[in-house]
Design a binder for this molecule. Sequence first.
Ligand SMILES: [Zn+2]
Ligand SMILES: [Zn+2]
Length: 259
Amino acid sequence: MRFTVLASGSKGNTTLIQTQGSKYLIDAGLSAKKTIEVLLEQKTTIDEISGIFITHEHGDHVSGIRVLCDRYGVPIYIHEKTYAALKRNHRPTKMERVFFIESGRHQVGPFEVEAFPLSHDVAYMLGYSFHLAEKKLVYVTDSGYVNQQLHEKLSNADAYIFETNHDPEMVRMSGYPFSVQQRILSDRGHLSNEDSAMTLAKLIGPKTQHVILAHLSAENNTPELAKLTVEQVFQRMEVAETFQITIAKQTKSLPTYQL
Ligand SMILES: [Zn+2]
Ligand SMILES: [Zn+2]
């Protein structure tokens, strides 16, 4: 399988996953117009997209889905509670194109897709892992922490797209209202650089080729700080760095990686 992080951050998230003849997105947090544009840069038209897997109802993950589903007929895979929580302007109405998805394993096209619950201040929060021909890609963003019970399931993936949202000190110095700071830092907020690295250090295995640091806060993080913190934790926890660490960007697609 191949994957391309097309956009990542609090202004919109979308990632393309593909194999011979099948293309899917995880989240569509850019406008439909912008999604179509960034896909074209990947030589992909919107009618080639076989489905969009939705993680949760926040705008930076769903902004494009109503138009992409209702106007362009792209199927949407979404938890029923997430669908119910969508604002009207984000809610697709072509119900024959909306598929409710639960935690657990599902065969979708050529992929075995596992949806699993994460911890965020929403109606329901899903992470995903994609499995194909012994390869595994894990996608985790927007989670205050990653439950220990998931660790085995998520271990030794070929690639991780993993949130390193913020530096806690930068959040405290940010001038954000206290309630907002508490929300970001809570168990139902976002993974900090350090927490993300500690979790990744436990998950990474001999098969791991790529670690993509994702969903960086524009205000409370920098790419350099995220990378440095992760590398320091990996060193401290004696993780052999046999993989590539890449920072996902808000306004530019990453290269396509083949697993
Ligand atoms: Zn988000
Ligand atoms: Zn969110």
